[in-house]
Write a protein that binds this ligand. Structure first.
Ligand SMILES: *Cc1c(COP(=O)(O)O)cnc(C)c1O
Length: 220
C-alpha cells in the first residue's frame, strides 16, 4: 500500500483527540512529501542533523518533533525551528534547550521522558526525578521552555500485558504530575505508542502516537 493509503488508514483508526506524529527517520524527502501532500503536517525524526536537513528541504508549515535521544551540544542546530522535543530526560539538557531557545526568542515545548521499559537501554527518568525537577526553583527560572507532557517507550516485546502495564505506568505518572501547574509546566500530552502498539497505547490513555514503519514501510 502507498504512504497515502497507510496514512489514511491510520488516521481513520485513531480518535480525533490523538495526535499522529509521522516518524520519517531514514526516509527520503520524496516519501515525506507524499505524506505532506496527503495532509500530514507533523513529522518526527530521531537525529538532529537529519531533521535540520529535512526542515530546510520541506515546506515551512510543518511541525518538527525530535523524538530521539538528544545530545546537549546539538540542541543549537534545531533550536530555531523544532516544535516539540520528546526525549528530555535530565535537567542539564533542559537548561541547554532553554539557553538556545532564548537566543531565538522562542519558547520550546518539551516532554519529559519517563523510563517505563524494563530494559536497561531505554533512556528516561523516574516519576520522582520528574517531580523534583518540576518543583525546583532552578526549573522555574527557565522561561524559554515549557513542559507540555510526558513521553515513554515500552519494552520491545510481544507480551501485550507487559506493554499495557508499562503504558499504564506512564498514564499514572502523567496523572500524578498533572497537579503541577506553573508558568512553564502545563501537562497535556502523553506521547506513547508506535507502529506495533499505538492502538493499545491509545486505550491506555495516549494522546500522541509516533508511527513510522506502518506509514513509510520498514526501515533498512
Ligand atoms: C523510530 C521510532 C518510532 C517509530 O517506530 P515504528 O515502529 O517504525 O513506528 C517511535 N518512537 C521513537 C522514539 C522512535 O525512535
Amino acid at each position: 500500500m502507498s504512504i497515502t493509503q497507510n496514512l489514511n488508514n491510520i488516521k481513520s483508526s485513531i480518535a480525533n483527540h490523538v495526535t499522529l506524529v509521522a516518524v520519517s527517520k531514514t526516509k527520503p524527502i520524496s516519501d515525506l512529501m507524499e505524506a505532506y501532500n496527503a495532509g500530514q503536517r507533523i513529522f518526527g525524526e530521531n537525529k538532529i542533523q537529519e531533521m535540520a536537513e529535512k526542515f530546510e528541504a520541506m515546506p515551512k508549515d510543518i511541525s518538527w518533533h525530535m523524538i530521539g535521544h538528544v545530545q546537549r551540544n546539538k540542541v543549537k542546530y534545531m533550536a530555531s525551528f523544532v516544535s516539540l522535543i520528546h526525549g528530555v530526560d535530565n535537567f542539564k539538557l533542559l537548561k541547554e534547550i532553554n539557553k538556545q531557545a532564548l537566543k531565538h526568542n522562542r519558547v520550546i515545548d518539551c516532554l519529559l521522558q519517563i523510563k517505563i521499559a524494563s530494559e536497561d537501554s531505554k533512556f528516561g527518568m523516574t516519576e520522582v526525578d520528574a517531580l523534583e525537577i518540576l518543583q525546583s526553583e532552578a526549573f522555574s527560572d527557565l522561561k524559554n521552555i515549557k513542559i507540555t507532557g510526558v513521553m515513554g517507550m515500552a519494552t520491545f516485546t510481544d507480551n501485550k500485558n507487559q506493554i499495557k502495564q508499562e503504558f499504564t505506568v506512564l498514564k499514572n505518572t502523567f496523572d500524578n504530575l498533572n497537579s503541577i501547574q506553573t508558568s512553564n509546566c502545563d501537562l497535556k500530552i502523553i506521547s506513547m505508542g508506535m507502529s506495533g502498539d499505538y492502538k493499545l497505547a491509545i486505550d491506555c490513555g495516549s494522546t500522541m502516537v509516533r508511527v513510522g514503519s506502518s506509514i513509510f514501510g520498514l526501515r533498512s
